[in-house]
Design a binder for this molecule. Structure first.
Ligand code: SAH
Ligand code: MG
Length: 208
């Protein structure tokens, strides 16, 4: 059987200790993209484009931002031989300062520096379609106990807690935090879709 680009990227990431989304996150992203017929995705944090390929293989076009030179170069190499070349748009820049040309995304997936989650959310929410979903990865941050880690990690855990508080008190977004992979938050604005989204998330979780 032919090894797909996705399998190659995953194997390379494991060998070289490059972070990638966990299998459960992979499954739920695929399910949400298929169920909501998501066509246009923005990703913050490409790494070597594993998650971008996962989302493209479910039928979405993906714009993805990475600031690390070597990871961007590796992603570019993988994309050259990929079946999803025309669907994935690699952007080499810092997402904190990047000026995006596209907008109206159906899904924004934030998977970059954990300490900047609020900043990313506030900046990129304006690029989301009113019916779109905002998903953030690593909400649990390995379930670390703040009392048993060193100061920098404790600071990071505090920032993630702040982000959760930010989500729960957000005036226009509803959020669910789900215990999948390393913890995911799923947020959306449109209240009319509330029941649909909750039941679809529930069904998706039961299927995985
Ligand atoms: N989504 C990837 C994994 C991303 S790992 C996958 O599942 O395959 C997080 C990545 O975010 C790292 O490669 C890091 O360089 C990048 N990153 C962190 N902060 C960033 C920023 N401000 N702008 C762009 N990329 C950033
Ligand atoms: Mg992640």
């Amino acid at each position: 059987m032919k090894t797909t680009t996705i399998q190659k990227i995953k194997a390379h990431a494991i060998l070289n200790q490059i972070p990638i989304i966990q299998d459960e996150v992979c499954s739920i992203l695929k399910l949400l993209i298929e169920t909501f017929h998501i066509k246009k995705v923005l990703e913050i944090g490409t790494a070597t484009s594993y998650s971008a390929h996962v989302m493209a293989s479910s039928g979405a076009d993906v714009w993805t931002i990475e600031r690390n030179t070597s990871r961007y170069e590796i992603a570019k190499k993988f994309l050259k031989d990929s079946d999803h070349q025309s669907q994935i748009h690699l952007i080499f820049d810092d997402a904190l300062t990047h000026v995006l040309k596209e907008n109206d995304f159906d899904l924004i997936f934030i998977d970059a520096a954990k300490s900047q989650y609020i900043t990313f959310f506030e900046k990129y929410q304006h690029y989301l379609h009113p019916n779109g979903l905002m998903i953030v990865d690593n909400i649990f941050f390995h379930h670390l106990d703040p009392l048993s880690v060193k100061r920098p990690t404790r600071q990071l855990l505090k920032k993630i807690e702040k982000f959760k508080l930010f989500l729960s008190s957000h005036a226009s977004f509803h959020s669910h935090i789900i215990d999948y992979g390393d913890g995911l938050s799923i947020s959306y604005m449109n209240q009319d879709n509330y029941r649909d989204i909750v039941s679809i998330i529930q069904t998706s979780m039961d299927q995985i």
